[in-house]
Design a protein around this ligand. Structure first.
Ligand SMILES: [Zn+2]
Length: 209
């Protein structure tokens, strides 16, 4: 079906303004691809000297655009995925770094205590966060020297989900008689009753050995 040039001339201003429906646009393009007169009118109107009016060329352009759209859509998904991975990576690295940074916690006479609970002794830290300790023994392991430290994670993150003091199992009852800091401050010493308990502990362990 041939469309009259009059109709195309009516449509051309709308075509130039790019407000036509897909069907009308295609009609106009098809027509000016074949009609020299309307093509000239269009060129004058749009100020373009030459335009790709071949329907095949147009089809190719559309295909390229669709392909580009697909690529953009695909990379948008990838970008979000990489974003999520990056955020998780940063969080994990932050935690790992925070676990590497360590502060010494000096014993001030009350911030750390050794407490008897049930069958054994526990280290209780009364300051903020959690602590780690390193203990070394003397007198066959009954007198211990201890030092405390705290990672940045223990200091900053741990208190976010623990309201209570940090309590750690230390050793079984009767095993030790004295706990001091590395620089000689006494944290805990066995009383007479606990010394008896220690004698019994030694006997029990000698019999076993
Ligand atoms: Zn025409």
């Amino acid at each position: 079906m041939k469309i009259k040039c009059e109709v195309i001339n009516d449509l051309l201003p709308l075509y130039v303004d790019d407000v036509l429906s897909k069907e009308s646009r295609e009609l106009v393009e098809e027509h000016i691809g074949e009609c020299e007169s309307c093509k000239k009118t269009f060129e004058n109107m749009s100020g373009k000297v030459s335009i790709p009016v071949s329907p095949e060329l147009r089809m190719d352009d559309t295909k390229h655009l669709k392909g580009l759209k697909k690529i953009i859509t695909r990379y948008k998904g990838l970008a979000i995925l990489f974003g999520v991975i990056a955020v998780i990576g940063i969080m994990v690295s932050t935690v790992l770094i925070m676990c590497q940074i360590e502060y010494d916690i000096p014993y001030d006479g009350s911030n750390v205590t050794l407490e008897r609970r049930e069958a054994g002794y526990y280290i209780v830290y009364h300051g903020k966060g959690a602590i780690l300790y390193t203990a070394s023994g003397d007198v066959e392991g009954s007198e211990l020297y201890i030092s405390f430290r705290q990672t940045a994670f223990d200091r900053i993150i741990w208190p976010l989900y623990h309201n209570n003091e940090d309590t750690m199992w230390f050793c079984e009852a009767g095993k030790i008689t004295k706990l001091s800091t590395n620089d000689g401050k006494i944290i805990w010493e066995a009383n007479a009753e606990e010394m008896k308990e220690h004698e019994q502990w030694l006997l029990a362990h000698q019999n076993k050995g």
